[in-house]
Write a protein that binds this ligand. Structure first.
Ligand code: SAM
Ligand code: MG
Length: 214
């Protein structure tokens, strides 16, 4: 039977990364995606920007929208302070199964709660199901037409506090025009663009960091 790209990506991790070493997992995935097959991870270049925002915010609670194979999950979780919690949402069960193994290979399963299902269904249940008050950091990297409605939903559900940081990937390529226009023009956000390139390419893309002002 034919294997899938996520299965081959997991194979590259198991072959080339050291168990319990998140940096080696990230490196194995980047090597696979630059040399074998492109995949939709945030990637090494934008990943460095993601790392610096995570380190600066030093969050106790993080929500990631869109896990895919767990690449960004591993980057974020490896930088979290002790006792911090990362919830990551993925609605494709095949991707979720791969991500669980990638996260476990990195030795980070105790820091990560991977939740299977659609963001629109889970965001309203976050408080009761996971006992979260608010998120210090949200990484938006799921389907691009969901960034704006899910941001409104997080606000409505009281999941953002004054100072919560939204970090959105792919705001140029494939692009999230409605979301960008909203965070840049709303007086409730202070927004900043970090120019970079689409993962594993030379095409312009970037991350938008938006601080919720309450
Ligand atoms: N953040 C990952 C990384 O950098 O390694 C990449 C995530 S990939 C670009 C987007 C993922 O979001 C896909 O795996 C897709 O199945 C998932 N997804 C898309 N829309 C979703 C939604 N509304 N709820 C949950 N998952 C979603
Ligand atoms: Mg992305």
């Amino acid at each position: 039977t034919q294997s899938t790209r996520p299965q081959r990506l997991l194979g590259a991790v198991q072959k080339n990364a050291t168990r319990g070493d998140p940096r080696s997992v990230v490196k194995a995935i980047d090597h696979f995606c630059r040399n074998q097959e492109w995949a939709m991870n945030v990637g090494d270049e934008k990943g460095c920007i993601l790392d610096s925002v995570v380190s600066e915010v030093n969050p106790a609670t993080v929500l990631e929208l869109g896990t895919y194979c767990g690449y960004s999950t591993v980057r974020i979780a490896s930088l979290l302070p002790p006792h911090a919690k990362l919830i990551t949402l993925e609605f494709n069960p095949d991707f979720a199964a791969i991500a669980r193994q990638v996260i476990a290979w990195a030795g980070l399963e105790h820091k990560v709660q991977l939740v299977e299902g659609a963001s629109g269904d889970w965001i309203p249940k976050m408080k009761e199901q996971f006992g979260v008050e608010t998120f210090d950091l949200v990484f938006l990297d799921h389907w691009k037409d969901r960034y704006l409605p899910d941001t409104h939903l997080m606000e409505e559900c009281g999941l953002l506090r004054k100072g919560s940081v939204l970090l959105a990937d792919n705001v140029i390529c494939p692009g999230t025009p409605d979301y960008l226009e909203f965070v840049r023009s709303s007086p409730r956000y202070k927004s900043q663009y970090f120019k970079s390139h689409l993962e594993y390419t030379k095409v312009e893309d970037g991350l938008e960091k938006s601080v919720f002002l309450g």
